[in-house]
Design a protein around this ligand. Structure first.
Ligand code: SF4
Ligand code: SF4
Length: 136
């Protein structure tokens, strides 16, 4: 068998279209769900800054919910939420689903919270977001 050199190895990891991450419903991996309490939230945006999946949704300059189709349940948002506020709590996904019947967190916008990024209800708002929901 002929040995292959590095030039023969196919190039991997190329992203040839922008925005393709939206097509991967990474929320299916989640074992724990962040449950956001809008009554406690002070809109400091720490969760939005730290979320590695851009799953914190923003509308009109305020947190609007969590995109559960893309949230992987890492818990960083809950960890970063100020300890005096604690507006996000991580709960077992199975318990959260049993409680809401699989509809997502209605308090945070129901279907919008499930990541309908193409709807006009909410968006991640991060730099590069086509809607530019957040202005600093
Ligand atoms: S748990 Fe929080 S920080 Fe982690 S992906 Fe979900 S929303 Fe983002
Ligand atoms: S970190 Fe907590 S208080 Fe700050 S915006 Fe997020 S949920 Fe609200």
């Amino acid at each position: 068998m002929d040995e292959k050199g590095w030039r023969d190895v196919p190039i991997a990891g190329l992203i040839i279209e922008p925005g393709t991450a939206r097509g991967y419903k990474t929320g299916e991996w989640r074992t724990h769900r962040p449950v956001w309490d809008p009554e406690k939230c002070i809109n400091c945006f720490l969760c939005w800054i730290y979320c590695p999946d851009s799953a914190i949704q923003v509308k009109d300059g305020k947190v609007a919910g969590i995109d559960l189709e893309h949230c992987k349940g890492c818990g960083i948002c809950a960890h970063e939420c100020p300890s005096k506020v604690r507006a996000i709590n991580m709960v077992l996904e199975s318990e959260a689903e049993a409680e809401d019947g699989g509809k997502g967190n209605e308090e945070t916008g129901g279907e919008a919270n499930r990541g309908e990024a193409d709807s006009d209800k909410a968006d991640c708002g991060k730099a590069g977001c086509e809607r530019g929901s957040v202005k600093w």
